[in-house]
Design a binder for this molecule. Structure first.
Ligand code: FMN
Length: 165
């Protein structure tokens, strides 16, 4: 599939089959994130892959949509490295770019993802649960697995997004 098709056809997947993505597929997703642009090329992203069922269940208690986390065969936590951070706005845009690369690469490999932000309202509890270093700030959880649904996409019309016509 070409890049335009991957961008257009990727959807958030909230139901996954029980098939387990192999390490090579997960590696490709992380590799795509690694090549995202960042301000000053500071690469402030850090990743934690969690496949362990008990640990996933533990994290899911801090999310309203806990079922997405427990149903996904694995989740990837994306953290901001406060050691690398130089400008919070720009660092967070860099993390957004890295996460989007992950979603697109996953879709390219036939995997589904859901970018979960709601859990951030309890990010401190997640960090404490995982005993994360205090130089890491949780910014997203990405649920990953093979899709068990095919949701339709919906977008505003381009003309409604233009500040000037
Ligand atoms: C920053 C951010 C946070 C999000 N948080 C959640 C979330 O907590 N739960 C969820 O189900 N989807 C979440 N999403 C996915 C969006 O709901 C989804 O991208 C949007 O509805 C468009 O649908 P699509 O991804 O299928 O095109 C989030 C997306 C982004 C970019």
């Amino acid at each position: 599939m070409d890049i335009s098709g991957i961008i257009r056809q990727r959807r958030s997947i909230r139901r996954f089959t029980q098939e387990i993505p192999d390490d090579a597929s997960v590696g490709k997703i992380l590799e795509a994130a690694r090549w995202a642009p960042s301000g000053r090329n500071n690469q402030p992203w850090r990743f934690l892959v969690i496949r362990d069922e008990a640990e996933k269940k533990g994290i899911s208690q801090f999310a309203k949509q806990s079922h997405i986390i427990t149903n996904a065969p694995l989740i990837i936590l994306v953290c901001l490295s406060l050691k690398e951070s130089y400008n919070r706005d720009k660092d967070l845009m860099g993390l957004g770019a890295a996460i989007e690369n992950m979603l697109l690469e996953a879709h390219n490999s036939g995997l589904g993802t859901c970018w979960l932000g709601e859990i951030l309202s309890r990010k401190k509890e997640v960090s404490d649960y995982l005993s994360l270093d205090d130089t890491l700030e949780l910014m997203a959880v990405v649920a990953v697995g093979y899709p068990d649904e095919s949701p339709k996409g919906k977008r505003k019309h381009l003309r409604d997004l233009m500040v000037r016509r």
